[in-house]
Design a protein around this ligand. Structure first.
Ligand code: GTP
Length: 187
């Protein structure tokens, strides 16, 4: 199954959430996860083969027990489409990632939504534009208006711009999806 970053532990039944992180190959999914776990930039992440997962515990202020996030990093290449289907099962949240330097990775998220929701229906999701460190704010490749439109069509609850290189907003992404899932499923 390729490389694994696994924090082992016994997940509590309550407040246990599976998340899938999806988007085109090279958008930076593995690097985001690596930065989240280690606080370091992995400059040479290999292409994900199939899937990897890790577990992270998170404290939300108003919640007594720790939240357990089981995050699945799914290979972005088309070649792995059939492998990915089996990993979506029982996911409670989705993080859609695109590369701010390649507009087609944003456009392709419509296909990703179809693929994921075709398996699990709709659930709390976030949109992440990654690689802010490579963007000159004066010469933005993708218009803010376009991103806003995609947020709407994808039905995501929030949009974050991240740099998996510097670490910008990485913690906030996972904190937000944990909060959204907790609120959505708490009844
Ligand atoms: P697949 O495993 O094929 O689905 O790709 P992925 O989405 O997991 O991409 P990956 O994390 O492997 O990153 C692809 C390349 O982009 C790697 O060379 C990373 O070092 C680089 N990269 C990822 N995030 C950033 C970032 O925020 N800034 C910069 N400068 N490079 C990044």
């Amino acid at each position: 199954m390729g490389k694994s970053i696994v924090f082992k532990g016994s997940p509590r039944k309550q407040n246990f959430f599976k998340i899938c992180i999806v988007g085109d190959s090279g958008a930076g999914k593995t690097t985001i996860l690596h930065q989240y776990l280690s606080g370091k930039f992995k400059s040479k992440a290999e292409i994900t083969i199939g899937s990897n997962f890790f577990v992270k515990y998170l404290k939300l202020p108003e919640v007594k027990n720790l939240i357990t996030l089981q995050v699945w990093d799914l290979a972005g290449q088309d070649y792995f489409k059939w492998v990915r289907y089996s990993f979506y099962k029982s996911a409670k949240g989705i993080i859609y990632v695109f590369d701010l330097t390649r507009k087609n990775t944003l456009e392709r998220l419509e296909n990703w939504k179809e693929e994921v929701e075709g398996q699990i229906g709709s659930c709390p999701s976030l949109l992440v534009g990654n690689k802010t460190d490579l963007i000159n704010p004066q010469a933005q490749i993708i218009l803010k208006e376009d991103i806003k439109n995609y947020c709407q069509s994808l039905g995501t609850r929030a949009y974050f711009e991240t740099s998996a290189k510097i670490g910008t907003n990485i913690d906030d992404v996972f904190y937000r999806i944990a909060t959204d899932m907790y609120e959505y499923y708490k009844e």
